[in-house]
Design a protein. Structure first.
Length: 338
């Protein structure tokens, strides 16, 4: 389970990498004409900035090809932020052909100059074997560099590695330290995992109130699993007073983001008619939505529903129609990642 959690977060971080924006500019007050003149004269910082302008469309029409071309010029002159952006373009296949080996080459050049985002990217490449052979030890060496430099996503992954004993010696206390560092920087995953440590007494003394506090922070930052965890606390009155209405509200937030656990729990409120009007079609809808992501949990939920209610074929068809409409109109749910 711990390895599975580590892989899930690493996969999420890789997805975020593919979706991430380029490194921001540092010459925001310079006019486009001034930048172009300096870039043409060989100023690598101006070349990088010009690439950012073309990538973002700031003061000029977006042109990804020109963005990558200018980053390449700056990268070839050794500018680490340009090397990072060029590596990201190669990794995603923006304009240039997707080439993970080429991406790793540029990220390594940036990482060796102390670019912490690049250090983290290199670590993920070694972990997944993207552009290189898999090497968990090398991966965690690079991730540790980024974590030590306060890169919160790296801190979360290092904490999970310490929990799982993957690539490092298992150390629950050290895991808590890294989660706390990430949580301090507002990272929702770090806040959630720190809350989990307090809830379960892993690497620290059990403290239900502290668990609720960190679940609340992560939930307010939009993390579905934290919203479910917080909802469970309100359901059971653990670390806080029992409040079924608040529990339902947090389950709904998670459900609307596509979290199958949240969808099942929210569906049960419709089955009980607790806080909402009883509606077995809505129950079936939410269980149907959960089924595509967690079929085992959904199967158990459907069995409980069938013991209490019998739906007509028309009701089932309507529930499936509602589920289809929800999926088609809810972007957060369609892009859900655990």
């Amino acid at each position: 389970m711990k390895i599975k959690r580590l892989l899930a977060v690493l996969c999420l971080s890789a997805l975020l990498l593919m979706q991430a924006a380029c490194k921001p500019s540092s010459l925001g007050g310079t006019t486009f004409a001034q930048l172009q003149a300096s870039a043409t004269s060989g100023d690598r910082h101006a070349q990088f900035e010009l690439g950012v302008r073309f990538a973002t469309g700031e003061g000029v029409s977006k042109d990804p090809e020109k963005a990558v071309a200018w980053w390449r010029k700056a990268a070839e002159q050794g500018l680490p932020q340009a090397q990072y952006n060029l590596g990201s373009a190669c990794f995603r296949g923006d304009v240039v052909s997707r080439d993970h080996k080429e991406a790793l080459k540029w990220w390594l050049l940036a990482a060796k100059q102390g670019d912490h985002d690049a250090e983290f990217a290199v670590g993920r490449c070694f972990w997944f074997g993207s552009g290189t052979a898999q090497d968990a030890t090398a991966a965690l060496n690079w991730i540790r560099k980024a974590a030590a430099a306060d890169q919160p996503e790296a801190q979360v992954i290092l904490g999970l590695a310490c929990q799982a004993g993957r690539g490092v010696q298992a150390d629950l206390v050290e895991a808590v330290r890294w989660f706390r560092e990430a949580a301090k920087r507002g990272n929702a995953q770090g806040q959630y995992y720190l809350g989990e440590c307090y809830r379960d007494g892993k690497g620290t003394a059990t403290n239900a109130q502290e668990a609720v506090d960190y679940f609340q922070r992560a939930a307010e930052n939009g993390l579905p699993r934290a919203q479910v965890a917080l909802g469970n606390c309100y359901m059971k009155g653990t670390g806080t007073r029992q409040d079924l209405n608040r529990a339902m509200q947090w389950f709904r937030k998670a459900a609307e983001q596509g979290d199958p656990d949240g969808q099942i729990r929210y569906g049960f409120f419709y089955l009980a008619g607790s806080g909402v009007e009883k509606d077995i079609i809505e129950v079936y809808k939410w269980f149907t939505l959960a089924e595509s992501k967690d079929p085992d949990a959904a199967r158990t939920a459907f069995e409980l529903l069938r013991r209490q209610e019998t739906l007509t074929p028309e009701q089932i068809a309507e529930a499936k129609r509602r589920a289809k409409v929800f999926t088609e109109t809810n972007q957060a749910a369609s892009s859900f990642s655990p």
